[in-house]
Design a protein around this ligand. Structure first.
Ligand SMILES: Cc1ncc(COP(=O)(O)O)c(C=O)c1O
Length: 400
C-alpha cells in the first residue's frame, strides 16, 4: 500500500524551518527527508566503522543492507555490482582513471554536447593524456541524441561511449534503451557508461533491462546525503577496473612485496567508507519504496508544465525544455541578465539555479551564456509555483 503523494512534503523538515523559501533547485540537490536525519543521527550516536571487528557487526549489516537495497532499486544482477563512491563525479573519474592504461592513440571515446562537465571533462582530459580522440555527438533541435548522430561517431576503435540519460539543462531524456544495442553493434569494443545523475530521480533505472556497463549517480539528488555516490555496473566491467585508491579494506593479502585484491565491491572501496551516509541512504531507499515513485514524479512534471505555460505568456521568455515534459527546464528573457533575475528572486526567498550549470559545451551549442533553471520535486506544491510566478513578475517589473 503506497502513501498518497500529497503527504510527501510533510516528510521534509525544511518546510518547517523559519527561513524556508520556495525551493526550486532540486536538480542541484534534493531536500532531505526526516528519515535520513534520524538514521544518520542514530548511526553517529551508537556506532563506528564497518568491516573492522566483531563489535561492528550490526553496522556492517546495515551498511551491506543499504547496498542490497540499492541493488534492488537498480535491478542490479547482484549487490556486488554496486560500488559506493563519493558522488557521480567520482564514479565517472574512477572509470576514466582505469581506462588511462589501456587507451592508445588510435582509439576514441564518444560523448555528447549534452553532458554535464562531470561526464565530459574526465573524457577530455583522458583523451588528451593518451593522445586518443574525443568525439562529441551533437544534440538535435529536440535536445535529443539521435541514433544517426551517434552512429556516425562509432567504430571498432571506440573504447567507451559516455552519455547522460537525462539532461540537467532541459530535462530531456535520451532513449538509451534504443541507443545501447546500436552501440553494441557498431562499436563492439566499447564500454558504455550512463550518467544517471538526473535520471535516477525521475525514472527507474533497470540495469538488467538496459545492459550498459556502468551507471553513475549521486545520492544527494535522490533525497540522500551529500558525499555519497554509486558506480554500478556489470560484474565483469567492474572487475576489470583498476582501483583509483589503494589501502585498507580492499585487499585480501598483503606481504612486503605483493598484494592480492579483495573481490568486488571492496576492491574499489579502499579506506573507511562514508558509513553514516550509506546507512542513511539505505533508510531513504526503504522509505521511498513506500511511495508510488512514478505518481510522485508525475506530480512534479505537472507543476513544471504549468510553470512553463505561465512563463511562455511573459514577453521575451524562451524556454529550453524536454519533450515529453520533465520536472526541470531552463529559460532566459531577451535583454535581461539571468543573474539579475536570480538575485531578485533570491530576495523573495526563491531558490533556483542560474549560470552555465556545469555544462558549458551545452550552452555554447545553444548560443547562451547563462540560463535560469527551475526544477520541481514532488514536495513542491501549487503554492510554491504561485509564489515563484508572483516573485518573477515583480522582479521583471523592476528590471524592464
Ligand atoms: C547530469 C549530471 N551529471 C553529473 C553531475 C555531477 O554530480 P555530482 O556533483 O553530485 O558528482 C550532475 C550534477 O548536477 C548532473 O546534473
Amino acid at each position: 500500500m503506497t502513501a498518497p503523494c500529497r503527504d510527501f512534503r510533510a516528510a521534509f523538515p525544511y518546510f518547517n524551518t523559519p527561513n524556508a523559501g520556495v525551493y526550486l533547485d532540486s536538480a542541484a540537490s534534493a531536500l532531505k527527508p526526516q528519515v535520513l536525519l534520524d538514521a544518520t543521527c542514530a548511526f553517529y550516536a551508537e556506532a563506528g566503522s564497518v568491516h573492522r571487528g566483531l563489535q561492528q557487526a550490526r553496522t556492517t549489516e546495515a551498511f551491506e543492507h543499504a547496498r542490497q537495497l540499492m541493488a534492488q532499486w537498480l535491478n542490479a544482477p547482484a549487490a556486488e555490482c554496486v560500488v559506493w563512491t563519493s558522488g557521480a563525479t567520482a564514479s565517472i573519474n574512477l572509470v576514466a582513471h582505469s581506462l588511462a592504461n589501456t587507451l592508445s592513440k588510435t582509439d576514441n571515446i564518444v560523448t555528447t554536447t549534452a553532458e554535464h562537465h562531470a561526464n565530459f571533462v574526465p573524457w577530455l582530459m583522458l583523451t588528451k593524456k593518451c593522445g586518443a580522440s574525443l568525439r562529441v555527438v551533437a544534440f538535435d533541435a529536440q535536445f535529443t541524441i539521435t541514433p544517426t548522430a551517434l552512429l556516425n561517431q562509432l567504430d571498432a576503435n571506440t573504447k567507451l561511449v559516455a552519455l547522460n540519460v537525462q539532461s540537467n539543462i532541459t530535462g530531456q531524456v535520451q532513449d538509451v534503451a534504443t541507443l545501447i544495442p546500436l552501440i553494441r553493434r557498431h562499436a563492439p569494443n566499447a564500454l558504455i557508461l550512463l550518467d544517471c545523475a538526473q535520471a535516477i530521480v525521475h525514472q527507474r533505472i533497470d540495469m538488467q533491462q538496459l545492459g550498459a556497463d556502468f551507471y553513475a549517480f549521486s545520492a544527494h539528488k535522490l533525497y540522500g546525503p551529500t558525499g555519497l555516490g554509486v558506480l554500478a555496473g556489470r560484474m565483469e566491467a567492474l572487475e576489470a577496473l583498476q582501483p583509483l585508491f589503494y589501502g585498507g579494506k580492499m585487499v585480501e593479502r598483503v606481504s612486503e612485496s605483493a598484494v592480492s585484491l579483495a573481490p568486488l565491491p571492496q576492491r574499489l572501496e579502499a579506506g573507511t567508507p562514508n558509513v553514516a551516509a550509506v546507512i542513511g541512504f539505505g533508510r531513504v531507499l526503504e522509505w521511498l519504496a513506500e511511495w508510488d515513485f512514478d505518481a510522485l514524479n508525475r506530480d512534479a512534471v505537472t507543476l513544471a508544465q504549468h510553470c512553463q505555460s505561465a512563463l511562455l505568456q511573459l514577453p521575451g521568455c524562451h524556454c529550453y525544455s524536454a519533450t515529453p515534459a520533465a520536472s526541470l527546464f531552463s529559460f532566459v528573457f531577451d535583454g535581461i541578465a539571468s543573474v539579475d533575475i536570480a538575485m531578485l528572486l533570491q530576495e523573495h526567498g526563491i531558490a533556483l539555479r542560474t549560470g552555465a550549470h556545469c555544462a558549458q559545451p551545452y550552452l555554447d551549442a545553444l548560443g547562451e551564456q547563462s540560463l535560469l533553471r527551475v526544477s520541481f520535486a514532488p514536495y513542491n506544491n501549487d503554492d510554491d509555483l504561485a509564489r515563484f510566478l508572483t516573485a518573477l513578475s515583480q522582479s521583471l517589473d523592476l528590471l524592464t
